[in-house]
Design a binder for this molecule. Structure first.
Ligand code: FAD
Length: 222
């Protein structure tokens, strides 16, 4: 199946969103991802396909892919993606993923590392659209002060949403300082693989049951 590029949005100096229109109904749940194929020559050993979260919510009517471009050692896939022009098409398939919100009655902590913010944008926009004021604490860590989607997150209409921006790595202290009721909440963690694993272990060390931890690993980042 094909998506057509409608717009490119520079979110921060090294992060761009690609807004696509689909000819057919995709019917995704906020937080799910797609498989993309970009044929290009020469292709490096990292290959011509990738998975990306849909950073838009279904009601927005477009599929958005938001990604970071590396200063050094960027892949040939990302160079091809960066070079797409409005009107170009990309192949996609395999809608999948269980990093979705299952129960709006529960209380949550969303932990994002850098570009791991993408599923949360989709989920928070979706909840806002449905008028679900779910109790969520979002701990959003980033390597610098260029927090992707900051303006949008600050304007989400949900009085039960608290967003804490953390410059640098999120750790156990940030969790303890910002979440007083850790045993009553379900934890979602999204970002580079190493960060997601280490926060998961810290949460287990704090006595959070594995059943209350959901993880979304983004491979390919240092
Ligand atoms: C379910 C799922 C959802 C995802 N959602 C997103 C998303 O929403 N946004 C997003 O950006 N990514 C997402 N990813 C990750 C995405 O698929 C890519 O793996 C990631 O963006 C890295 O892309 P890249 O390999 O083209 O590397 P680049 O972005 O070009 O480079 C990343 C960094 O890795 C280093 N590096 C990694 N491997 C090598 C290598 N073999 N040789 C040299 N240097 C290397 C580079 O130095 C560079 O600094 C998701 C992955 C999964 C599985």
């Amino acid at each position: 199946m094909k998506l057509t590029l409608k717009e490119k949005k520079q979110e921060t100096p090294d992060v761009t969103s690609f807004v696509f229109i689909s000819g057919s109904e995709i019917g995704w749940q906020a937080g799910q991802y797609l498989h993309y194929v970009l044929h290009h020559e020469p292709t490096d050993d990292r290959g011509s396909d990738r998975w990306f979260t849909i950073s838009s919510a279904p009601h927005e009517g477009f599929v958005m892919l938001t990604t970071r471009f590396a200063k050094d050692n960027g892949s040939s896939f990302k160079k091809e993606l960066e070079g797409l022009n409005v009107g170009d098409t990309v192949e996609f398939s395999d809608l999948d993923g269980d990093f979705v919100l299952e129960n709006v009655k529960e209380k949550y902590v969303f932990i994002a590392g850098g570009i791991g913010i993408t599923p949360y944008r989709a989920i928070l926009k979706d909840l806002e659209n449905k008028g679900n004021n779910v109790d969520i604490i979002l701990l959003y860590s980033n390597r610098d002060s260029n927090f992707v989607f900051k303006d949008e997150l600050d304007n989400i209409s949900n009085p039960s949403l608290k967003v804490k921006y953390i410059e640098g790595k999120v750790d156990e202290k940030h969790i303890k300082d910002n979440v007083s009721d850790i045993k009553d909440r379900i934890f979602y963690i999204s970002g580079p693989e190493g960060m997601v694993d280490s926060i998961g272990e810290e949460l287990k060390g704090l006595g959070i049951s594995e059943d209350n931890i959901k993880q979304d690993w983004f491979p390919g980042y240092d």
